[in-house]
Design a protein around this ligand. Structure first.
Ligand SMILES: *Cc1c(COP(=O)(O)O)cnc(C)c1O
Length: 452
């Protein structure tokens, strides 16, 4: 088969500023070894996140110029609304400024003390918003999810038997909704099968509990279903995506992922009463219902982005380019979460530096090492992000290499693999870390570390 190429040409470029190892050493120390605290200009290849870091298309930029900035009822809103209705089948679309704004509104309405929200695996902001409301966030991944080398095709699936037990134990009154995160970001960017969504739906129906999707990467998830799930190979991705949404009572979306935009979010609800209350909260804290904290140009960019993300040439390239990095690391003996995820490759930091115990943050040591070695910015997803007071230690210590959409070419990715391989040769010199300063919640954004 010929090489799967980037299905676009580059019309505008942004220079990368190169740095020396000496400069990076100073920058790293100044930032307390937390790469959220460094200037992006000091990064060579930025794989911190795929959130809002993608490149927009010429059609999206054209939409930016075409946008209607009227306060209420802007043409741009109706274009956005029509596109989202077409994709999701939901009748009412609430724009928000990003995913967590949708989460905050939802859990302010349905969360609260005594409530429990199960998910295949909560994303950090979802967990934080649920806990902020006073409710408890519970992860119910399938057992395979905890084993990096297990190549289950739908490792993002929820453990349906565990969900049934939880609902039977707590009763439906304490569970305001069941959530499924597609793809499962915290669990390795792994997809959830259509069968698993249908099973979760059936359990929710039995207990009378609504099913919500955290649908940030719905298109990538739908592509995996088309590739991997029996009987799905000949369906258009858009039809699979539609079926996923049809199975849900609501969804929160960060458009900074599969919306292919730099800012934006969506909240989808079917229940008219919940929708009415969410609209009131939206007006109170985000903005009027036809802009939700965004400008008309943001709505235009989203309307076009949600269309482009379902192009199958794009998805083929997208998923292949992530897999390419994962395969290069595996070939070099670097254990990743297998198979590679949709938006990111997750490296098993426990296996990369077995000499650093979880409470000394092996993931953070690898993150610092990659920056020192080649100016690559990555993100710890392990005991720094999910550990701390009152939290179970996470099952895995991971380093996420998130791939921005349509931004880096194959040679950038080759460079990342080369830097990682060079770091592997000196992995035994990586040092554990200690937190010297941290906030009460979402500590990974601002904590400072010291090397041990
Ligand atoms: C990014 C993300 C969110 C939060 O969205 P923001 O736009 O960053 O607020 C929620 N869930 C998942 C799975 C995400 O990846």
């Amino acid at each position: 088969m010929p090489t799967i190429i980037e299905p676009f040409r580059i019309k505008s470029v942004e220079p990368i500023r190169m740095t020396t190892p000496e400069q990076r050493e100073g920058i790293l120390r100044e930032a307390g070894f937390n790469l959220f605290l460094i200037h992006a200009d000091d990064v060579v290849i930025d794989l911190l996140t795929d959130s809002g870091t993608g490149a927009m298309s010429s059609e999206q930029w054209a939409g930016v110029m075409r946008a209607d900035e009227s306060y209420a009822g802007a043409k741009s809103f109706y274009r956005f609304e029509e596109r989202l209705i077409g994709i999701t089948g939901f009748e009412h679309i609430l724009p928000t400024h990003q995913g967590r704004a949708s989460e905050r509104i939802l859990f302010e309405l349905i969360g609260g003390a005594g409530k429990v929200v199960p998910n295949n695996a909560h994303f950090d902001t979802t967990r934080a918003n649920i806990e902020h409301s006073g409710a408890e966030a519970v992860n119910l991944p399938i057992a395979e999810a905890a084993h990096p080398a297990d190549r289950h095709p739908f490792k993002g699936n929820m453990d349906i038997a565990a969900l049934e037990r939880l609902l039977a134990d707590l009763g439906p009154d304490r569970v305001p909704c069941v959530m499924l995160t597609i793809t499962n970001n915290s669990g390795g960017g792994q997809p959830v099968s259509l069968a698993n969504i249908r099973d979760a739906r059936a359990v929710c129906d039995r207990f009378g509990v609504p099913l919500f999707l955290d649908a940030c990467r719905f298109a990538e998830n739908a592509w995996f279903i088309k590739q991997r799930e029996e009987g799905q190979g000949s369906r258009p991705v858009s039809e699979i995506a539609r079926e996923m949404f049809d199975l849900a009572d609501g969804a929160t979306i960060s458009a900074k992922k599969d919306g292919l935009v730099n800012i934006g979010g969506v909240l989808l609800l079917r229940d008219p009463e919940l929708l009415r209350r969410a609209s009131e909260l939206l007006i109170l804290t985000e903005g009027y219902t036809t802009y939700g904290g965004l400008s008309g140009r943001d709505l235009e960019a989203m309307a076009q982005g949600f269309e482009e993300v379902l192009h199958e040439d794009y998805l083929r390239y997208r998923i292949r380019s992530t897999a390419y990095l994962g395969e290069r690391l595996l070939e070099a003996g670097i254990q990743i979460v297998e198979p590679p995820g949709g938006h990111a490759v997750y490296v098993d930091a426990k296996a990369f530096c077995p000499h650093i115990p979880p409470d000394r943050f092996p993931g953070q040591a690898v993150v610092a090492g990659l920056y020192r070695e080649g100016g690559i910015r990555s993100c710890e997803i392990g005991s720094v992000m999910f550990g701390g007071e009152g939290h179970e230690p996470p099952a895995m210590e991971l380093v996420r290499l998130a791939i921005p959409r349509r931004v880096y070419t194959q040679s950038h990715i080759d460079y990342v693999a080369e830097v990682f391989i060079a770091l592997k040769a000196k992995a035994d010199t990586l040092r554990g870390m200690r937190i010297v300063e941290q906030p009460p919640a979402l500590r990974h954004f601002t904590a400072r570390f010291e090397e041990l």
